[in-house]
Design a protein around this ligand. Structure first.
Ligand code: ADP
Ligand code: MG
Length: 177
């Protein structure tokens, strides 16, 4: 037994536009079957990120909060994978529950993005990309103790962590460029 290989990146996002851009960039690294789990409090920017991701994948339909549905399918406008956008709040049964929804796409052919509330279950599959989004304002490090430019209420700290063999050879640091 050896530790699961993983890829990580940490970056600072300064605006909603930049958050969307990050989603567009990440889309280029994704393949059918990938699961992206977004963690962050309400208003952190999970849906904003997913909107960019949908643009990057080239999918149809406006990406909005999936709060009132379990999952929404956005078919590709080209020959890329569809985006399945889910809210974990409604997904107590995990991915099995999604398989049962009759989404008319196969999850293994799709890119799956799950918006996750803070402090929920950590695992849906063995291979996954976690994206943690934290608001900077109000945290200890933003109260003036650290030097550097002042942080506004639009600043977000984003940590990406790929778990499982899928992510072993993926260079997430290209996202900070
Ligand atoms: P969530 O899905 O995590 O609840 P949303 O993406 O729906 O969050 O909403 C985020 C809100 O915060 C939007 O109104 C957006 O304009 C605002 N916002 C401000 N700064 C940022 C940022 N850097 N990244 C993402 N959203 C931001
Ligand atoms: Mg949301």
């Amino acid at each position: 037994d050896h530790p699961m290989p993983y890829a990580t990146a940490e970056l600072t996002v300064n605006s909603p536009e930049q958050m969307q851009e990050l989603g567009r960039h990440l889309a280029k690294l994704l393949r059918p079957g990938d699961l992206v789990m977004l963690t962050g409090e309400l208003g952190a920017g999970k849906t904003t990120f997913t909107r960019g991701l949908g643009e990057g994948l080239g999918v149809r339909g406006a990406v909005t909060s999936p709060t009132f549905v379990i999952a929404r399918v956005h078919p590709s406008l080209g020959d890329g994978p569809p985006l399945v956008h889910a809210d974990a709040y409604r997904l107590s049964g995990g991915l099995d529950e999604m398989e049962d929804l009759d989404l008319d796409v196969s999850l293994t052919d799709s890119v799956i993005v799950v918006e996750w509330g803070e402090g929920k279950v950590e695992e849906l599959t063995e291979e996954r990309l976690h994206v943690f989004i934290h608001r900077a304002v109000g945290t200890a490090s933003s109260r003036g103790a650290t030097p550097g430019p002042p942080e506004t209420d639009e600043v977000r700290h984003v940590t990406l962590r790929g778990v499982g063999e899928r992510w072993a050879a993926v260079d997430l640091s290209v996202l900070s460029a």
